[in-house]
Ligand binder design. Structure first.
Ligand code: 5GP
Length: 214
């Protein structure tokens, strides 16, 4: 039965200041759901230790990034930490959505705003808050591979990111990872069940009515 149930894919956008656990939450949700694809961004920043081309990001040069903008290859892109550029490749996202799959985006407030403006009906925005500033600052400092200058930039950008929390549909406080993950999964599951995302329901109800009630 489920293969006949045509779905309209949704775009799940996660944003937060750095050091709040957004990456771990988004990666786990994608790993746990076969119908949810992760949008892998392109970035002009250098890879951190352990990051792999095509897994965390596609790492490209400034020249390549500029050429891709001109080719309209991005669904959205932004200058991040006032330092480098990151953008969402359009093609992979469209392929997933057309196939009725959902897509997860790990982007900043600028990306969230642009995606919601481009597809207001299909975009669900979730903001993650830290339990305290001290915990967030500790996590930003603990991240391997960032220079002092990058750490300063992350702390600066974090302040700006906080001011955007009320633009989001949902807000989760990541005090306990498992609880925050359960909340995120609830949001995703409920959003998938929205009537407009399940166009198969019209035919299904017609079939039920044809069956009659005797
Ligand atoms: P990081 O340097 O820690 O990987 O990412 C810094 C910030 O850039 C994060 O808030 C991340 O969500 C955001 N980001 C990553 N990829 C994109 C993208 O394609 N578009 C936008 N707008 N932001 C992105």
């Amino acid at each position: 039965m489920s293969s006949e149930r045509s779905r309209r894919g949704l775009m799940l956008v996660l944003s937060s200041p750095s050091g709040v656990g957004k990456t771990s939450l988004s990666r786990r949700l994608v790993a746990d759901h076969a119908d949810l694809d992760l949008s892998i961004s392109m970035t002009t920043r250098a890879p951190r230790p352990g990051e792999r081309h095509g897994r965390e990001y596609f790492f490209v040069t400034e020249q390549e990034f500029t050429a891709l903008i001109e080719q309209r290859a991005f669904l959205e892109w932004a200058k991040v930490h006032n330092h480098h550029r990151s953008g969402t490749p359009r093609e992979a996202v469209m392929e997933s959505l057309v196939a009725g799959r959902d897509v997860m985006f790990d982007v900043d407030w600028q990306g969230a705003e642009a995606l919601a403006a481009a597809a207001p009906e299909d975009t669900v925005r979730v903001f993650i808050l830290p339990p305290s500033m001290a915990e967030m600052v500790r996590r930003i400092h603990a991240r391997a591979g960032d220079s002092e200058a990058m750490i300063r930039r992350r702390l600066e950008t974090a302040k700006e990111e906080f001011t955007k929390w009320s633009d989001y549909d949902y807000v989760i406080v990541n005090d306990d990872f498992d609880l925050a993950y359960a909340e995120l999964a609830h949001i995703y599951h409920a959003e998938r069940l929205k009537r407009r995302r399940n166009p198969w329901l019209g035919d299904f109800v017609r079939t039920l009515l044809e069956e009659g009630v005797e």
